[in-house]
Design a binder for this molecule. Structure first.
Ligand SMILES: [Fe+2]
Length: 466
């Protein structure tokens, strides 16, 4: 005899459906069980070895390079001399030819409140051969310094290339650990996609610009040898009307030149480059981006130019994330998302990299473009034409970790963890790229989060494991 009546069976079925549905509704992605020991983020003191200037009269310091044109055949070499403006040439030669060539740069200085910069040199070396190691020398007869870099392979759809990804680096002991982990990562990043917030000089009284100098000396050990692709963050704004500094981005634009004109941009805050099999679009969260603004017009014209048969991988960098389930900077990226997300979905952007939030998060492929203010459809939905959003503002800056998350973890959030670290985007061919995030507290080769990216144009298969 069945002890359960048909009505009670019915109730049990209904209850179990409700329970299972509620579980389904609540399941987000993974919040890492790894909880980093709470430590204060302390800036390295000015006398730290990583900040020491090279010896010698007028010795070039703060040497850094970035891509110098749209296609990867030019490099901008930048450095600072403290004693005099002389030393504005770069002598360079390829490993193969040994024939020495010379390029002339320009010298800039700026004042910021009671700080006067050294002589900032920017020199673009053009017409380089692809996939070639070059040596270069900066400085004059008093004190010369020699470095080297390797140009990317010719732009093409199946060219493997490995990017490092860092953001919100600053100059604390944790920042030093992040950079060291990136340098020692056996995956060997060939260029860095930097998602903004460099020195955090503005956290000091009067935005002490000496901290811009120390930061540039600190990262020279990497960025003198491989290009870092720059994005402007809020700590680059340096807007300080209380001390008479009313022009935003003054230190950043004097110190970090980017090839924005090569992509028909009218300002250094938004631009694009092609590198190997990638098309990289850099946007500015802190420049006007609404309808009719220069950035908006530029992006609208830029996206249709991307030829996925030439550069299959479409990567966007911006500082402020659009999808962020931490309680810090919550929805700061929302207005830009409303403006640009439909374009990203239409043009099948592969990956959007952001910083700003001092933690790590990776999203599912989702979009939230249906909302029109009256229909109430305001939740992100799975969308295989949408990018994966990665927040990687976890370089280790002075402001410390963001460890306060919204609960429950939203469904769109695939993985999140409040740790410092860096990531590697390792492109294999037009269809596959391996992505990995490496927290500082592990060994150099440990992947705390990883996934295979399937290219949205050539191989738009669902990568999610759920
Ligand atoms: Fe930021």
């Amino acid at each position: 005899m069945n002890p359960l009546s048909s009505s009670s069976i019915c109730s049990i079925v209904i209850i179990s459906i409700l329970v299972s549905n509620s579980v389904l509704l609540c399941i987000g992605g993974k919040t890492s069980i790894y909880v980093r020991k709470a430590e204060k983020s302390v800036e390295m003191p000015l006398h730290s070895d990583v900040f020491q200037a090279p010896s010698g009269y007028n010795a070039p310091q703060q040497v850094h390079i970035t891509q110098g044109d749209h296609i990867g055949k030019a490099v901008i070499v930048s450095w600072v001399t403290q004693d005099e403006p002389r030393s504005n040439t770069v002598v360079y030669w390829s490993e193969n030819s040994k024939e020495k060539k010379k390029a002339m740069g320009k010298v800039y200085t700026y004042k910021f409140y009671n700080y006067t910069s050294g002589y900032i040199h920017h020199c673009t070396i053009r017409n380089l051969e692809y996939d070639t190691k070059y040596y270069y020398v900066v400085g004059d007869r008093n004190s010369m310094r020699k470095f080297w870099f390797t140009t990317p392979p010719e732009v093409g759809p199946d060219v493997p290339y490995t990017f490092g990804i860092m953001g919100d680096l600053g100059q604390t002991y944790a920042s030093n650990l992040t950079l060291t982990h990136y340098e020692k990562n056996p995956l060997n990043g060939q260029a860095v996609l930097f998602v903004g917030d460099l020195s955090y000089a503005d956290n000091h009284p009067n935005h002490d610009n000496v901290r811009w100098d120390t930061w540039a000396r600190f990262v020279e050990r990497s960025v003198a040898y491989q290009p870092w692709i720059w994005t402007a963050g809020n700590h680059e704004i340096d807007f300080a009307p209380e001390i008479g500094e009313t022009k935003p981005f003054k230190p950043y634009t004097h110190r970090y030149h980017v090839p924005y004109r090569a992509s028909q941009s009218t300002a250094p805050f938004w631009y694009s480059i092609k590198r190997a099999s990638t098309y990289i679009i850099v946007l500015s969260s802190y420049s006007a981006y609404g309808k009719y603004t220069p950035q908006n017009q530029w992006l609208e014209q830029e996206l249709p130019k991307v030829n996925r048969s030439e550069t299959p991988w479409l990567i966007v960098l911006m500082h402020s994330p659009w999808y962020n389930s931490y309680s810090y900077h919550y929805m700061e990226g929302e207005t830009m998302r409303v403006m640009y997300e439909p374009w990203f979905v239409e043009h099948k952007v592969d990956i959007v990299l952001s910083g700003h939030v001092h933690a790590y998060e990776r999203s599912e492929r989702i979009s939230n473009v249906a909302y029109n203010i009256v229909n109430g459809i305001c939740s992100p939905v799975k969308d295989q034409s949408a990018p994966i959003y990665i927040t990687i503002g976890d370089g280790g800056n002075i402001e410390g970790l963001a460890n306060n998350m919204t609960e429950p973890q939203p469904e769109y959030s695939a993985y999140r963890e409040a740790s410092f670290g860096h990531a590697i985007f390792d492109i294999k061919n037009r269809t596959h790229a391996h992505y990995s995030w490496h927290r500082n507290h592990d060994g150099y080769a440990v992947e705390a989060d990883s996934m295979w990216f399937f290219n949205r144009f050539w191989n738009p298969v669902d990568e999610s494991s759920r």
